[in-house]
Design a protein around this ligand. Structure first.
Ligand code: NAD
Length: 351
């Protein structure tokens, strides 16, 4: 029941999905009355950025191929200078490149057209994380929500298999935490279940045939569903733990999510049994174990030790993750978290 009412509100966004839709940037710009796009990418994806700029022709203002992880303000400031004469931003990439577009939009309100190339889901949220003086801060503003999202399955087809799996599980994490979020609503529940279903059915196909565009399209749709959940409701233990470990021990974003998710879901399994029941049905059993088996079957990394984290750091990680209290379906206590981290470090299947 939602007797008390709910507001499924987040800023308006135009979404297009389909093979070849990346060729529609010019049409989207023209529709919005825009004519000078600064294209953004990482250095690794500069080739894709150049291809976009080339295709834009006279609508292209330039390429800034300097996006990096964690959106440091120093990079944003350099990019702001490059954006001075532009009237919009076109981001092609994952969460890091989209983060840079959001950081520029926060300061300039330039419209953003984004072409996601991972499943992280940042394009669907009005949230930005940026690093100021080495400290990551997160803020929410309608200004940073990209106006247009062009999901082209041909773009994710180049995502290496390992990153495909971890990035997909990163998206599933938004949905799992969305299901038991304190402020969940009937719409976020449906988005979350649809997102989990898209990855559970789509990811095996993508791993078996990375260039299968139908499976890529299904998983990209899942990415939008899961990202929209992230935009709507608050996250809990899983995201806090990933944030803490990523920030303190410099662990890679998607891999950390993929490894921790079965363990954080198992931690919350009993306390959130009713909310997680539809996910358990999709996974064919308890969510923690089901997610572990899914990850294992897809060849995902299963143990934090594989990421270079050393066992003696687990005490500090558990202490850090309990330092600032936050809501979670099951109360957070240090001994329980320490046990969770041990299991995730060893890569054992959660019970
Ligand atoms: P990423 O953007 O850092 O990409 C990782 C690497 O893969 C980069 O080198 C990138 O250039 C490369 N890459 C990306 N797509 C590729 C493709 N299709 N083919 C070949 N190479 C490709 O990784 P990510 O996991 O998408 O993003 C992580 C960042 O996004 C984190 O900083 C995270 O905090 C942020 N994030 C923010 C939100 C939000 O709502 N604000 C949501 C999710 C993630």
């Amino acid at each position: 029941t939602f007797h008390a009412g709910f507001e499924p509100g987040h800023p308006p966004v135009r979404v297009r999905l389909g093979a070849g839709v990346r060729h529609e940037i010019g049409a989207e710009m023209t529709m919005l009355g825009l004519s000078r796009a600064l294209v953004l990418s990482t250095a690794e994806q500069a080739g894709q950025g150049e291809a976009v700029l080339g295709e834009l022709g006279a609508l292209g203002h330039g390429l800034f191929a300097g996006a990096v992880m964690h959106t440091p303000v120093e990079v944003t400031e350099t990019a702001l200078a490059a954006a001075a004469a532009a009237d919009c931003l076109v981001a092609i990439g994952g969460g890091s490149t989209i983060g840079l577009a959001k950081a520029i939009a926060l300061r300039t309100d330039l419209p953003q057209i984004v072409l996601p190339t991972t499943y992280a889901g940042s394009e669907a949220t009005p949230v930005i994380g940026q690093t100021v003086g080495g400290v990551k801060e997160t803020l929410r503003s309608p200004r940073v929500q990209p106006e247009v999202i062009l999901y082209d399955p041909e773009l994710v087809a180049t995502l290496p298999a390992a990153m495909t799996v971890t990035s997909g599980l990163n998206a599933v994490a938004h949905a799992v935490e969305g299901l038991y979020a304190r402020d969940r609503n009937p719409l976020s529940d449906q988005l979350a279940l649809g997102g989990i279903r898209a990855f559970v059915t789509g990811l095996p196909g993508v791993v078996a045939a990375p260039h299968d565009l139908a499976a890529r399209e299904e998983t990209l749709f899942g990415s939008w569903l899961c990202g929209t959940v992230l935009a709507q409701v608050g996250m809990a233990l899983h995201h806090k733990l990933c944030h803490t470990l990523g920030g303190r021990f410099n662990l890679p974003h998607a891999e950390t999510h993929a490894i921790l998710l079965p363990h954080t879901a198992a931690y919350n399994e009993d306390a959130a049994a009713k909310a997680l029941a539809p996910a358990a049905e999709l996974l064919g059993g308890p969510v923690g174990g089901g997610l572990y088996d899914l990850a294992a079957s897809l060849g995902a990394p299963l143990a934090l030790k594989e990421l270079g984290l050393v066992e003696k750091d687990l005490d500090e990680a558990a202490e850090l993750a309990t330092r600032n209290p936050y809501w979670n379906p099951k109360p957070i206590e240090e001994a329980g978290l320490r046990a969770l981290l041990q299991g995730a470090w060893e890569g054992s299947r959660p019970q």
